[in-house]
Design a protein around this ligand. Structure first.
Ligand SMILES: Cc1cc2nc3c(=O)[nH]c(=O)nc-3n(C[C@H](O)[C@H](O)[C@H](O)COP(=O)(O)OP(=O)(O)OC[C@H]3O[C@@H](n4cnc5c(N)ncnc54)[C@H](O)[C@@H]3O)c2cc1C
Length: 333
């Protein structure tokens, strides 16, 4: 937004990208629909950058906003941009379960809740008793039972898989049976409600507003939901897709950083892509950085510079030391 304020970037909001314009095998612009007037508009450019998010909404319900709907990536794919690792989807274990037919998305609850909340289901199948009426001996704290070393803090994929498994076995709770309890009773007793509310007060409030149930009085109900996609449009180390001139950043690409998503930050990838990687192939990198790189590593820099002058991949002058052959598979469009 700083660049917008400085007059260097113009935002055209309320536009949906309909197509990538390809001229002589290179991306040279986009066609968008103006969502206010309904008219099609065209924008030409030397290169195109897609930053249009992941494909979580290819699944029926996800934690993504509805406008993050993978339409742009799909249209680019149809124009020749390869897609990679599409099966690599993260399922988040701590979402508020589906609660109606007219729902467009699922609400994510912070995983920090698993620090103090205990996950359980009734041992018996089809047990519709109130949670307070189910004695300890008839509860299955399945994560603590199966993974005593980690308990409720198992990684996201393990927590998600196990929740689905117990629900598939008929031990799920709530109206749909597609939910497990996340219970704070013990933590509230141990630490007192003041301390627990200090840590999670806003989350408890949010949960209560959505479900009309107070987590201080009865356990939360949670269920896994599609949350983040690590696959996406294939890119090389300069973030260029297999369609020349089309660059892809953030969750929309198949990303190295996102592959580590279970332990790292997706937002970090967006920042790294935008600040450090994307400017390089476009030759926007400042002379100061070039000087630093030259001082640190004169030879590879010169080699890289010669290579980039010859090639069509822009004018990257900083040697990264990375192999130009990307990790991960490439699917042809
Ligand atoms: C509920 C939730 C919580 C999260 N929490 C965390 C967290 O704590 N830490 C973390 O690291 N990550 C978190 N993530 C993941 C992280 O927010 C995303 O990975 C990141 O925001 C992706 O950024 P992006 O810019 O690549 O895409 P997005 O932020 O998804 O932006 C894509 C944009 O492109 C627009 N768009 C899509 N298609 C078109 C089209 N055809 N034409 C025009 N525009 C289009 C969309 O409307 C949207 O504005 C969370 C995600 C969600 C959904």
């Amino acid at each position: 937004m700083r660049q917008v304020a400085a007059g260097k970037v113009t935002i055209y909001s309320r536009r949906e990208m309909m197509d990538v314009v390809v001229v002589d095998g290179k991306a040279r612009g986009i066609i968008v629909r103006n969502l206010l007037t309904g008219e099609l508009e065209r924008y030409s450019a030397n290169a195109v950058v897609l930053a249009t998010g992941g494909y979580g909404n290819a699944f029926y319900l996800s934690t993504n906003a509805m406008a993050s709907n993978v339409t742009a990536a799909w249209r680019a794919h149809k124009r020749g941009a390869g897609f990679a690792n599409p099966c690599f989807v993260q399922i988040h274990p701590t979402c508020i379960p589906v609660h109606g037919d007219y729902q467009s998305k699922l609400t994510l609850m912070s995983e920090s809740l698993r620090n103090d909340g205990r996950v359980w289901v009734p041992k018996k199948t089809d047990d519709h008793r109130n949670p307070a009426d189910i004695p300890e001996a008839e509860r299955d704290y399945y994560l603590e039972r199966k993974y005593p070393g980690f308990g409720n803090l198992v990684p996201r994929d393990v927590a998600s898989r196990n929740a689905k498994e117990v629900c598939d076995q008929g031990q799920g709770v709530g109206e749909t049976g597609q939910a497990v309890y996340l219970d704070f009773a013990e933590a509230l007793k141990r630490d007192g409600s003041e301390s627990i509310l200090k840590k999670y007060g806003n989350l408890f409030q949010m949960y209560e507003r959505i479900t009309a149930s107070d987590p201080v009085k009865e356990p939360m109900m949670i269920y896994p939901a599609v949350h983040y996609t690590m696959g996406g449009l294939w890119v090389d180390y300069q973030l260029q897709s297999s369609l020349d001139g089309l660059f892809v950043i953030g969750e929309a690409n198949f990303s190295d950083h996102g592959a580590n998503r279970l332990g790292a930050s997706a937002l970090m990838q967006g920042l790294a892509d935008g600040y450090f990687i994307l400017p390089a192939p476009w030759g926007i990198i400042s002379q100061k950085l070039v000087r630093i790189a030259r001082r640190l590593s004169p030879r590879p820099l010169l080699r890289q510079r010669r290579r980039s002058r010859r090639g069509s991949r822009g004018s990257c002058v900083i040697a990264t030391g990375k192999s130009p052959v990307p990790a991960g598979g490439l699917l042809s469009p």
